[in-house]
Ligand binder design. Structure first.
Ligand code: NCD
Length: 309
């Protein structure tokens, strides 16, 4: 298995064996972070963020710094030469001489793929429009492995904006390749998963997919509940967003029917879909999930950079 030099654009760019290799290394890095503190000495990460981010950008930066590397980049394209009209291809050609690895977030689907076509150093998709978010999925898998010991027999309810949620798309594509996954997809009818994705998953993998508009219906059945926010920025009209934004709110009352071994996840940011009271529930692990994201990204970058550990 050689990950060195690879671009990570889509969740399916990594095989299950490669995903497991990254997760195992991430767990080792979490257990013994100090041991890896010089692993990426002399390496530079460029973070090119054309869209807002807190966790993805800062966890990538924290990950590189914890491995002894350095970081450059922008978190607002308005302060870069994009403002002057520079295109992605030219930006990437230049960055290839400034850094050893790039993570890019962009509002346009396909922008990181385009970037990878002009890049001789690894490009990682940090989220492209409503399409994919593969490193969120690595974080999610690591969280499942950490709390459930294994990524198999997962009955996962995914609730919220399944149409525009890129974290959801990458997670669906990836978990459907793990043994015995069952999906319960909860959304308003307007925000169901894109047909291409459902078709792709159903055709390629023999997974069970249940669809419902009710958050409560399968609450006592699933062992993972993955809440997501309605993706305001992807809507064509404000009215449409306002109509759907309060569709689901998880409260302690609704959680009463959930299993004791439920793992409650959310990629964050939360808007209003999880009541703050739920944070006290021991099954709520979204902040732990965000912190595991640092180790997932450490492991991924170390392997893409071909570091020996
Ligand atoms: C997600 C994203 O940007 O797609 N956030 C993240 O990276 N943790 C989810 C979201 O914005 O809703």
């Amino acid at each position: 298995m050689k990950l060195q030099g690879k671009h990570i654009i889509d969740a399916s760019d990594l095989s299950v064996d490669e995903l497991n290799l990254i997760i195992d290394l991430a767990l080792e890095m979490k257990a013994n972070t100090e041991k890896f503190s010089n692993l990426c000495k002399g390496k530079i990460l460029a973070t090119l963020f054309y869209e807002p981010s807190t966790r993805t950008r800062l966890s990538f930066e924290s990950a590189m710094l914890r491995m002894g590397g350095a970081i450059i980049g922008f978190s607002d394209a308005e302060t870069s030469s994009v403002k002057k009209g520079e295109n992605i291809a030219d930006t990437i050609r230049v960055l290839n001489n400034y850094a050893h690895i790039i993570v890019m977030r962009h509002p346009r689907e396909g922008a990181p793929l385009l970037a990878s076509q002009y890049s001789t150093i690894p490009v990682i998709n940090g989220g492209d429009g409503g399409h994919q978010h593969p490193t969120q999925t690595l974080t999610d898998l690591l969280t499942i492995k950490y709390y459930k010991n294994d990524i198999k027999d997962i009955k996962i309810a995914i609730c919220g904006d399944l149409l525009f949620g890129r974290s959801v798309h990458s997670l669906l594509k990836t978990l459907s390749r793990y043994p015995n996954t069952e999906f319960v997809l909860i959304s308003p009818s307007e925000l169901r998963i894109p047909y291409y994705l459902k078709n792709d998953i159903m055709k390629k993998h023999n997974v069970r997919i249940l669809e419902t508009t009710s958050l409560e219906e399968y609450m006592d059945y699933v062992n993972v509940l993955y809440m997501t926010r309605i993706q305001k920025e992807r809507f064509f009209s404000e009215d449409e967003y306002i109509k759907l934004k309060g569709s689901y709110v998880l409260t302690p009352e609704k959680l009463k029917y959930a299993r004791k071994d439920l793992l409650l996840m959310h990629p964050l940011p939360r808007v209003n879909e999880i009541d703050y009271e739920v944070d006290k529930d021991p099954r709520a692990k979204y902040f732990e999930q965000a912190s595991l994201g640092v180790f997932a990204r450490m492991a991924l970058m170390a392997l893409l950079l071909g570091r020996d550990y």
